[in-house]
Design a protein around this ligand. Structure first.
Ligand code: FES
Length: 297
């Protein structure tokens, strides 16, 4: 697991008025929104006596007061930069020591996801987040989904750029390994600043939906994927006609053996509600096929 990269901490919708605990890279963090709705990310260990800033016990819960998160143990308050703003036991006129601060991590929200930069690089040296340009384009529909893997994120990334598994793991992409003449096609590698990928042509068994006629009519699908940084990747599926599905995936290494996957799935056809729901269900099926394989590796 690497520091100094952006990681998807949670869905924007998951972070409401109450603080939220998120485990990333094997450490606990407290996320909270200030009075302007800005998401903030602090270490979840209070520098006073180790209280959990995101405590959500049966009786005791931490809370946000104005722009600060309040430790539920002795009421110290910290702002989004991690600076201590109040120590109740010191009285109203006490000078708060400069050292009374907690590690804070930059955040930004894109594509319905709260990203946290887990590291200490200055802003102009931080690697970028994988762009999902179609998510903001007219004529494209977006589906945002997450799922869990009981394996480290490296398995997920390997799987994403592994063209040999499609034929066997995803029946809608291939022939379930039943084609005796199947061999992995030649790959055209794409080398980019933050990763490497490929596009190639697969034999396609066709879409399960009669609505995606291009997939049914075309026996060859152009598709590929590529990495971006240590834990993000893209997948492009272009079955023919004008139909394109471009997906952007942000893996959160929860710890060494657990990964939460954030999928931003875009497509330029099938934008009505029925197809939205259909594709969301298909995405779940395809994800479950990968989950079945990866959890058992
Ligand atoms: Fe947080 Fe005391 S442990 S205020």
């Amino acid at each position: 697991m690497f520091i100094n990269f952006w990681y998807p901490a949670c869905l924007s919708d998951e972070l409401g008025d109450a603080p939220m605990k998120v485990r990333m890279l094997g450490c606990d963090f407290a996320l909270f929104r200030d009075s302007h709705g800005k998401a903030n990310c602090l270490s979840d260990v209070c520098i006073h006596r180790g209280g959990s800033l995101s405590c959500k016990g049966e009786q005791i819960k931490s809370q946000v007061i104005d722009d600060n998160i309040q430790c539920p143990y002795h009421g110290w308050q910290f702002n989004g930069d991690g600076l201590c703003k109040k120590i109740p036991s010191q009285g109203p006129d006490a000078k708060i020591p400069e050292r009374a601060r907690i590690d804070a991590y930059p955040t930004q929200e894109k594509y319905g996801i709260v990203f946290a930069f887990l590291g200490d690089l200055p802003e102009d040296e931080r690697p970028p987040i994988l762009e999902a340009p179609e998510a903001d384009m007219e004529g494209w529909g977006v589906i945002l989904q997450t799922y869990m893997l009981e394996t480290g994120y490296r398995r997920s990334i390997e799987n994403a750029i592994d063209p040999a598994h499609n034929e066997f793991v995803h029946p809608t992409h291939g022939f379930s390994g039943k084609d005796p003449n199947y061999f992995v096609p030649k790959l055209d590698l794409i080398e980019e600043e933050w990763g490497v990928g490929f596009m190639t042509k697969y034999s396609s068994s066709g879409s399960p939906s009669k609505d995606v006629q291009a997939m049914k009519d075309n026996p060859v699908t152009t598709a590929g994927s590529g990495t971006f940084g240590p834990s993000q990747f893209w997948t492009k599926i272009q079955p023919g006609g004008r139909f394109k599905m471009h997906q952007y995936v942000y893996d959160l290494p929860v710890d060494e053996f657990t990964t939460r996957v954030f999928l931003v799935s875009t497509r330029n056809t099938g934008l009505n509600e029925e197809m939205h729901n259909f594709i969301a269900e298909r995405n779940k099926v395809v994800a479950q096929q990968d989950i079945d394989i990866l959890n058992a590796v």
